[in-house]
Write a protein that binds this ligand. Sequence first.
Ligand code: GTP
Ligand code: MG
Length: 200
Amino acid sequence: MRSPLSSQPIEFLGSFPDPQVRLEPPLPEIAFLGRSNVGKSSLLNALVGRRNLARVSGSPGKTTLLNVFRLSSLYLIDLPGYGYARASHSDRAGFAKLIKGVLTRRTTLTGVVWLLDVRHPPSREDLEFGGLLAERNIPLLVALTKVDKLGRGARGERLRDLAKALDVPEEQFELTSASTGLGIAELGESVLAATAAEAQ
Ligand code: GTP
Ligand code: MG
């Protein structure tokens, strides 16, 4: 099964520093949130079935603006990663401000895909941004990333533990791997469903 998002034409719209930038024409918007190096750009590429659309970096902290991609029926927004330890204090503060601006003030935002590395417990910053998401109360999908790095037996248990730690229902989780394609089509279906609910 292929991701339904891979059958839509796609274009890179641009990189924007303003969390409230207006996108024309208005379409549902899905933002990708997660700590630096969690695999946001890789997951985005996998979802749209393009190898190198969003930039995948060996050196983390490379996505510093809102990178916006337009499909026929929606926008995908690649957010900067939070928590990059080696970024300067002022850079980190700048990324956090931009992300918070999107999560709290961007009225056109339809939903969020929140990425967490399946192998690690949530970080302090994960929990902080999770708090903002809970307050905002918009459709949320949690993508657990890099699942190929974990044995099959451990996967379900990690999902249950993380669902508990984040206080998000298990149904909103997807076990994913950009490397093997695990869960990508399912996540694509859920993203489309979230934008379809918006359009009604
Ligand atoms: P920033 O933009 O720097 O915040 O990073 P990012 O969250 O966009 O992560 P990116 O997609 O650049 O991936 C970071 C690293 O993890 C790269 O070396 C990827 O190849 C690797 N990676 C991403 N997804 C997977 C996955 O599903 N499995 C494995 N094994 N590695 C992955
Ligand atoms: Mg990235």
